[in-house]
Design a protein around this ligand. Structure first.
Ligand SMILES: [Fe+2]
Ligand SMILES: [Fe+2]
Length: 161
């Protein structure tokens, strides 16, 4: 097996592991009686499913690097624009909720809202960068482009940022 094929196999194995782990987390969540524990275990379980998907993409990408240059349709670009706006609205709503008297003194509720806020900030920045990426397909030829996408999303999606 070539060195590249080794890594592809590794990614496929990791995808399998994340899927199985996700299932076990969900089973624990289902048995739990504590509402916070139940919800957060379920949330981590969904993240593990997300990681399985990403590992599968990593494997596909290494096998076929040209996949990254596929062009997107006008429709998809418009839809991404709508999603960016939706993420921005969510961020505003969550900020308002954090200031709400009914939430302020409830640490568990605050924790859940801050958790979502962290995700929405990251989603918003990531979708914005992805939008730039699909409308400027030529930029893909630059090897450091995805590095820039990542850094921008990380800075704008950082907790509290
Ligand atoms: Fe994971
Ligand atoms: Fe979101």
């Amino acid at each position: 097996m070539s060195k590249l094929q080794n890594l592809v196999s590794y990614f496929r194995e990791e995808a399998k592991r994340e899927r199985e782990y996700s299932k076990r987390l969900e089973e624990t969540a289902a048995k739990s009686h504590n509402i916070m524990l139940k919800t957060l275990m379920k949330a981590v379980s969904l993240d593990s499913l997300k990681h399985a998907l990403i590992y599968e993409t990593l494997a596909d990408l290494l096998e076929n690097p040209r996949l990254v240059t596929e062009k997107e349709s006008e429709d998809i670009i418009r839809e991404i624009e709508k999603h960016i706006e939706e993420e921005r609205e969510s961020i505003e709503e969550l900020h308002k909720l954090l200031e709400d008297e009914r939430v302020k003194d409830n640490p568990a509720a605050k924790f859940l809202i801050e958790l979502m806020l962290r995700d929405e900030n990251f989603h918003h920045a990531l979708l914005k960068r992805l939008h730039d990426a699909v409308i400027k397909p030529l930029v893909f030829s630059e090897s450091d482009y995805w590095d820039a996408v990542w850094k921008d999303a990380i800075w704008h999606g950082a907790p509290g940022g």
